[in-house]
Write a protein that binds this ligand. Structure first.
Ligand SMILES: NC(=O)c1ccc[n+]([C@@H]2O[C@H](COP(=O)([O-])OP(=O)(O)OC[C@H]3O[C@@H](n4cnc5c(N)ncnc54)[C@H](O)[C@@H]3O)[C@@H](O)[C@H]2O)c1
Ligand SMILES: [Mg+2]
Length: 338
């Protein structure tokens, strides 16, 4: 009872809870209550997409993701003679410290160029814009795209074949024929930086930009623990046995679909450390010294052709969790006895 009373008295509510707790409780209510979510849509802001490409503005070498007001949204929909109810197709992706809700909406059914000239920006592939996005925009657009994609591909119940309906916030879809509730999914992926104590192991797939090497990554199989996935992937991809491992951090990753990247460090026995590369998975893999890694960290994350035609080693951009793993490994080397 006290709890409910507090909820209804905003000033007391604000005094009793930190900004973070207030935001989380507010988002929870929006996901649970379509009525409150509808009100939030009428005062919130919108990140726009067109067939899953986010709307961005280029400022110098950076991309910014503008938040479109509900008034602007209504004006755009009016220009296309679309019903304002289309706003309800949006999905909730967060809120400001003042509890103003952020939504994402895909306007793929409307003419792209008209929206672009109206709002003076462009719908740009997320892969192209991702690494030049502002620190706050990248995770928002990444989860927004993942959520919009999931709704687009889960329009029908896989049991009955009947249409499913999203709740206003987009945190679930329901098949009203049999009551099955579908929740957005993501695939767990481990990403592991293997070390032998003095060197670290990096690998590249043929699809990577020339010269880029990263930590080993792999999807979790059903039933596996994270530890089992790390051990299996290292054995599968480079033929080594992990001796010990520890968790570092995690990151949502939008490519090619929605993944939860779980980053770990792993140690293998110092001897033998001969790599046997699984050519079905990787183009190349190798051990790199601290000096080589430090030099690569100073380089821009772009292909750089050398005189002999080969490409200089470069590492994933700062945003990628692989980069953070490498930075941590460098710090660890500096702090551990020679
Ligand atoms: N954020 C980062 O720093 C970073 C760095 C490296 C890789 N990654 C990501 O890690 C992911 C996994 O790496 P990988 O490609 O080496 O994985 P992987 O070694 O498991 O090999 C990929 C193969 O696994 C199979 N697979 C099994 N489950 C799958 C699923 N749920 N979705 C798609 N394929 C599945 C497919 O056959 C696919 O070709 C990639 O999507 C990549 O974008 C992120
Ligand atoms: Mg892999």
């Amino acid at each position: 009872m006290i709890y409910q009373g507090v909820y209804r008295t905003p000033s007391l509510w604000c005094r009793l809870h930190s900004t973070y707790v207030r935001k989380m409780r507010y988002l929870f209510k929006l996901k649970e209550d379509d009525g409150i979510c509808r009100q939030a849509q009428n005062s919130g802001t919108f990140y726009l997409f067109h067939n899953l490409s986010p709307f961005v503005k280029k400022v110098g070498s950076k991309y910014l993701a503008p938040q479109i007001s509900v008034a602007e949204m209504k004006s755009i929909l009016g220009k296309f003679k679309q019903n304002e109810q289309m706003i309800e197709d949006s999905v909730l992706i967060g809120c400001s410290d003042e509890c103003m809700a952020y939504f994402a909406l895909d306007l793929g059914s409307l003419e792209k160029s008209v929206i672009e000239s109206e709002l003076r920006g462009s719908f740009t592939e997320l892969r192209k814009a991702f690494f030049q996005l502002d620190g706050k925009d990248a995770p928002l657009l990444s989860s927004a795209q993942a959520l919009l994609r999931w709704h687009d591909t889960h329009q029908y119940c896989s049991k009955t074949g009947q249409p499913t309906q999203k709740n206003l916030a987009g945190s679930k879809r329901v098949c009203h024929t049999n009551g099955i509730i579908y929740y957005p999914q993501m695939s767990p992926v481990v990403i592991t930086l293997v070390s032998d104590g003095s060197r670290c192991l990096l690998a590249r797939q043929a699809s990577f930009p020339k010269g880029m090497y990263s930590a080993l990554a792999g999807f979790c199989d059903v039933g596996e623990t994270l530890e089992e996935t790390v051990r299996r992937e290292v054995a599968e991809e480079v033929g080594l046995e992990v001796e010990s491992l520890w968790y570092s951090a995690s990151q949502h990753w939008p490519f090619p679909n929605s993944s939860l990247m779980i980053a770990c460090h792993a140690l293998v026995q110092p001897q033998p450390t001969k790599i046997s590369v699984n050519k079905l998975e990787l183009e190349a893999a190798g051990w790199f010294s601290l000096e080589e890694i430090m030099e690569a960290l100073r380089r821009e994350p772009n292909p750089l052709k050398q005189e002999d035609g080969s490409f200089s080693l470069f590492l994933p951009p700062k945003w990628a969790i692989a980069h953070q793993l490498i930075q941590e490994w460098v710090k660890l080397q500096a702090s551990s006895p020679a």
